[in-house]
Design a protein around this ligand. Sequence first.
Ligand SMILES: Nc1ncnc2c1ncn2[C@@H]1O[C@H](COP(=O)(O)OP(=O)(O)OP(=O)(O)O)[C@@H](O)[C@H]1O
Ligand SMILES: [Mg+2]
Length: 327
Amino acid sequence: MEGMSRLNLVGSSPAFQQVLRSLHRLAEVDATVLIGGETGTGKELAARALHYIGPRSGRPFIPVNCGGLSDNLLESELFGHERGAFTDARRSNAGLVSEAQGGTLFLDEIDTLSPRGQGSLLRFLQDKSYRRVGASSQNYADVRVVVASNADLQAMAQDRQFRKDLLYRLNVLHIQMPPLRERPGDAVELARLFLVRLCSRYQKPDKYLHEDALSFIQRYDWPGNVRELENLIHRDFLLCDGDALRCIDACRQLLPQALNGADRSCFSEAKADAIADFERRFVRELLAQAGGSITQAARLAGKDRSAFGKLVRKYGIAEPLNGLSLG
Ligand SMILES: Nc1ncnc2c1ncn2[C@@H]1O[C@H](COP(=O)(O)OP(=O)(O)OP(=O)(O)O)[C@@H](O)[C@H]1O
Ligand SMILES: [Mg+2]
């Protein structure tokens, strides 16, 4: 897996190892691949892997965001145009397909392709021949086409939002990138990778993930997948003073269950809270039993008076129990 380590596709979970095996198999053939998966799961990285571990690696990898293709310039952007082909065409333009010659054309967010774009692409995929706008002759493209989408293309085809015939052409081979929540252990592995990269990028001494961060990373369900994890580690890296990342803000903001004591995300915080709860109740009860006398309550607790007094002050128990004297 030499090529893979260069691309740094990290993850040891069975689901991800399966993806790596598929990438290796599909890199060797030329058929069109459709890469599916939720946002941030690594679809573009997978497309690059297909290119760079395959026989076309010495030729260009050309990514195209279909959402960014304007409808009336679409054919010209993809297939190029001759000089004077339309009003603004002062110079000829080779087009993205020709730029990718010999390599891989990666059409990202394929679900955002307009109906017109879908028609052009379908025609192109039938025999990979195309005509520059304004040209009379046909060209043949030696490109491998890889497309990606986080939308449910089958459902879109059912609803007639995406052409079925195009979907069949695209979906010859399929890779589904699993969401991070279905990749046990991978989030921590990736977090460590990102941390190492950040330390070297910012030339900082090594940092590590505190047990609070580890517990959070393992328990959160990562709706934004690897990208969300990468951004979070980056933010925490920049904000952290010491050498340990704790992900405290994320813990508080992202785990709503962190607010009810039974299901706390951060072990040490939960532990500190549990101890505080216990101490508060303990002090209150003893004070009540001792009729408000700290000296007597301390005796009941088997503690010395000043240590017990400290607890009373720590929890501000003096105020609710009116008339209690700390003196
Ligand atoms: N297995 C992995 N190992 C290392 N880095 C990864 C892995 N998967 C994803 N990443 C990183 O996570 C980020 C998101 O990946 P990528 O852009 O490929 O996702 P995507 O599926 O195309 O997302 P979107 O649907 O939002 O376009 C990138 O910075 C990528 O390098
Ligand atoms: Mg992407």
